[in-house]
Write a protein that binds this ligand. Structure first.
Ligand code: GLV
Ligand code: MN
Ligand code: MN
Length: 412
């Protein structure tokens, strides 16, 4: 089968999607249910409808665009990713899997291919944890990994609940209706930039993901004693920020001491109150991200970090409240889909290798209700979650062709 991908159209659509942003180019910021996110969703929905797909949006705003072909009752073959972007992100994370997935479906339609089962493009809500503190919100709910009632009560920084925000954005109905049954998808494949340097360094065009690392996230609120920066003497201080500094260093040290390069931990959030140069910080909130391929090593590190936090709070007479926001299992990709993908790479004449995903993806949760696999394409210098994130058009087009072939085989 000849797959004709319209790379120019795809490039123009990636450009257009990047323009829905609240930060200056080349960076992209698209927080879930912000005005730019809602405008991007409307634009994307029109693209899907123009491609002849039937679009449904669920109560949390996951968009499911369906090529209703073949046996309509048969489990569908799915693809897709996310379009939300963290503050000052690049323009390829997630979007390549969404617009590339759409292009793959359009290419299959143009080729005259007749699927025996439906093919769906899934656009997941809030893969990024920016607004509600927990990543993969949409796919967690689709897979039943997150309790619907708890999800609705998650709050953003302004204090609004997910229920309030999604309803204001036009997504109504009970979150318990988001969950999909386990036989709804025969297979799911997510196309994504690698977000690491391995493909580029080893000169491979395609990465076939065998497993996805286990992520966890902690929120730590440190309560100290505020006061006048001039008047409170050093021996009398209970500075929440200097306590936080010790915790941040402990996170880095403990991750580095795990004995495995697969262990990573990051303190990416630090909110200081009252945040005035002449006021001793009385309260600090930290966001800590902890990951490993190996679940027991990840869990051990979470425990060590908790102990370090307790140690700092005792030593400095601070009060620290630690909350585990999520602690997820790793996911294994499906061998049968990986075999299909390998053959598709060979048919397309592109080089491929197996690797693990250290980033998390909606596939982590889709794997709970369907056999999944991921296709990675190289990104320049492995850079991601930065404005200078870059993937070349030929690399993106390779990924789309391999994806299209695999969707066709799985839907035959
Ligand atoms: C996804 O964006 C991740 O943080 O891995
Ligand atoms: Mn991301
Ligand atoms: Mn992503």
């Amino acid at each position: 089968m000849q797959i004709e991908v319209d790379a120019r159209r795809l490039a123009a659509e990636l450009d257009q999607l990047a323009s829905f942003s609240t930060s200056d180019p080349p960076s992209v910021t698209r927080i879930v249910f912000s005005d730019v996110d809602l405008r991007a969703r409307r634009w994307l929905k029109e693209l899907c409808c123009s491609a002849g797909l039937v679009v449904r949006e669920d109560p949390v705003g996951n968009m499911i665009a369906r090529w209703n072909a073949g046996d309509h009752d048969a489990p569908a073959v799915g693809t897709g990713s996310h379009i939300d972007a963290i503050p000052n992100a690049g323009r390829f994370d997630g979007t390549v899997g969404v617009l590339g997935g759409l292009e793959a479906i359009r290419a299959l339609k143009a080729s005259g291919f007749a699927p025996k089962r439906p093919i769906e493009l899934l656009v997941f809500t809030a893969e990024e944890p920016t607004r509600f503190g927990i990543g993969c919100l949409g796919s967690r709910l689709l897979s039943g990994a997150l309790d619907a009632e708890k999800a609705g009560q998650l709050r953003d920084q302004a204090g609004s609940t997910l229920d309030e925000v999604r309803k204001a954005a036009g997504f109504h109905g009970s979150l318990s209706n988001v969950r999909l049954t386990t036989n709804r998808h025969a297979a799911f494949i997510e196309l994504h930039i690698e977000q690491g340097p391995i493909l580029e360094q080893s000169r491979h065009q395609i990465g076939l993901v065998t497993s996805i690392a286990a992520p966890a996230a902690l929120r730590v609120v440190i309560h100290g004693q505020g006061g006048h920066a001039g008047a409170v003497l050093m021996p009398n201080r209970h500075d929440a920020l200097t306590g936080a500094a010790e915790i941040i260093l402990a996170v880095e040290r403990l991750a580095g001491a795990s004995g495995a390069l697969d262990t990573v931990a990051t303190t990416g959030l630090c909110d200081v109150f009252p945040s005035a140069v002449n006021s001793i910080p009385s309260r600090v909130s930290l966001g800590i991200d902890i990951r490993d391929i190996n679940l027991s090593r990840r869990d051990l590190l979470v425990e060590e970090i908790r102990k370090a936090i307790e140690g700092v709070s005792r030593k400095r007479a601070l009060q620290c409240i630690t909350e585990i926001l999520n602690a997820d299992d790793p996911a294994q990709c499906d061998r049968r889909i990986l075999d299909v993908l390998r053959r598709c790479c060979e048919d397309e004449g592109v080089t491929h290798m197996e690797l693990v995903s250290r980033a998390y993806h909606d596939s982590l949760f889709m794997s709970r209700i369907a056999p999944v696999a991921m296709v990675f394409i190289p990104c320049r210098a492995g850079v991601s979650h930065r404005a200078d994130e870059f993937a070349s058009l030929p690399d993106i087009a390779n990924g789309v062709r391999v994806l299209a072939r695999a969707l066709a085989q799985l839907a035959s």
